[in-house]
Design a protein around this ligand. Structure first.
Ligand code: ZN
Length: 360
């Protein structure tokens, strides 16, 4: 009895001490070997330190990432310095492992980045990607040609070293595009994309903000539907519902510049499907800055095609799948011609009016 008690106490005290002594991970493998809770804690510490380096106080940074203020200097001692006045500041560089997403020629990949310098180089690359995405200007992207990031194991990881718009078609065929971009299953029978490489850049950029495989508590997985910088990640629909706001947007089918016509669309689909589809339009058509009547008409055609494809996917296709499933269930239960001698017989494609029907 007594021995049991002692053992119990021992276990409890050891558990307490492991909680107190957090060991920072140094490699990607060590990071992923940690419990989820510790992974999240460590990711938040890295972001908080970056925030302090940008000028925030430790209190502000800890509040932003929902951390106990005292635990940040404990876990990231090498990254921070306490001034005489008690204020914590960040050192110019740090050696904190950050797990970041990097685009490579084979799609997105998570790597362990060993210090702030490498992390900020990767950040600059992503900024160049975003500039290309938003303006079509690939000049900043071209500066990264042939460059690489050094990971925590001192390996050189080449970034996607050419402008994805002129890049190999391997980009669009990357498993990332297939798995992540359309994981939500919406627009399964989607129209071919006009510019799959740009779509990849956009989606990669969105995924970078939240990490590969991020998911809202409701199951939403499309990064375009997530609230930017939310942590833990939350989708726009859940966020609005929580704040008592409407979860439906009025989508400008042809773009605001081209027509006042709108269609109410659930916010997540508005962002992840229809707005995303509009990125594939020629920029001049969507923005129509000169007010051209010709471009406005082009936009109406494109908008109708997109909205129609969305409605087809949402309102029609699921019912076809339902009918097919029900047919096979009925055939299994009642035989392959389950409709014979029932009221449903009149709906069979070869049915004749019952009265004139001749016996076989
Ligand atoms: Zn959600």
């Amino acid at each position: 009895m007594k021995r049991k008690e002692i053992r119990k106490n021992k276990r409890r005290s050891s558990r307490r001490s492991t909680k107190r002594q957090f060991v920072p991970p140094r490699t990607l493998e060590e990071f992923f070997a940690m419990p989820d809770r510790d992974q999240e804690f460590w990711s938040n510490v890295g972001q908080a330190v970056t925030e302090v380096r940008a000028g925030a106080s430790l209190r502000q940074a800890s509040h932003k990432f929902d951390l106990d203020q005292r635990r940040i200097p404990q876990a990231a001692r090498s990254a921070l310095r306490k001034l005489r006045n008690g204020r914590w500041v960040a050192r110019p560089n740090d050696r904190l492992l950050r797990v970041l997403v990097i685009p490579t020629r084979n799609g997105l990949r998570e790597i362990g980045v060993p210090d702030f310098r490498q992390a900020s180089l990767l950040g600059k690359y992503w900024t160049a990607v975003e500039q290309y995405r938003d303006t079509g200007d690939a000049s900043a992207l071209r500066e990264f040609r042939g460059k690489h990031i050094i990971d925590a194991k001192r390996e050189e990881i080449p970034v996607a070293d050419r402008s994805p718009c002129i890049g190999p078609s391997g980009f669009s065929g990357s498993s990332f595009l297939r798995v992540t971009l359309r994981e939500g299953g919406v627009m399964r029978k989607k129209l071919p994309q006009r510019d799959p490489e740009s779509a990849w850049v956009r989606s990669a950029t969105a995924a970078r903000r939240f990490g590969v495989g991020a998911q809202c508590a409701c199951g939403e997985t499309r990064p375009e539907a997530f609230v930017p910088n939310s942590n833990p990640v939350i989708c726009a629909a859940c966020d609005r519902a929580r704040r008592g706001k409407t979860t439906v947007d009025n989508h400008h089918d042809a773009g605001r510049a081209n027509s006042p016509i709108t269609t109410p669309i659930p916010v997540n689909d508005h962002r992840a499907v229809l707005n995303t589809a509009q990125y594939d339009w020629p920029k001049a058509t969507l923005e129509n800055s000169t007010g051209s009547p010709l471009l406005a008409r082009a936009a109406c055609v494109r908008g109708f095609v997109d909205t129609n494809a969305y409605l087809v996917d949402k309102l029609l296709l699921p019912h076809a799948e339902f009918c097919e499933l029900l047919d096979s269930m009925l055939a299994e239960k009642l035989g392959p011609e389950w409709w014979l001698n029932t009221d449903l017989e009149q709906f069979a494609p070869n049915a004749r009016p019952t009265s004139r029907r001749e016996p076989k």
